[in-house]
Ligand binder design. Sequence first.
Ligand code: ZN
Length: 114
Amino acid sequence: MTICRTLLERVESHANAVATNADGVRVRRLCLEIGCLANIEIGALDFCFRAIARGTCAEGAVLQIRRAPGLAWCTECATEVPVQSHLDECRHCGSGMLVPCGGDQMRLEGMEVF
Ligand SMILES: [Zn+2]
C-alpha cells in the first residue's frame, strides 16, 4: 500500500529531525486526519502500517485517527455541501453530480516521540 510507505517515510524523516541523540527516537503515537472521502480503510491502514513499521522507529506506534468531514461542490446548484461518502447526493437539489472538494486527503497532524 503506497500510502503506508509514504506515511512511514514522512514519519521517519520527522523522527530523524527531532532526534537529539545517536540512538534516535521511537515514535509512540501518530495523529492522522483522514477525510471521509479519502478512500482509506482505517483497519487496512492500521494493519499495513504496523507491518511495514516493524524494525523502524515507528514500530509499535499507535495510530490516532480523526475523521475529517467530506465536502463536495454540487455542479447543479453550485453550492458546497457536506457529504459522508462518494455516493451521497446534494442535500439541496438531490443531484448526484458532486465533485469532492474537501475531506479527500490524509494528513499527518502530529506525532509523539520518546
Ligand atoms: Zn445541488
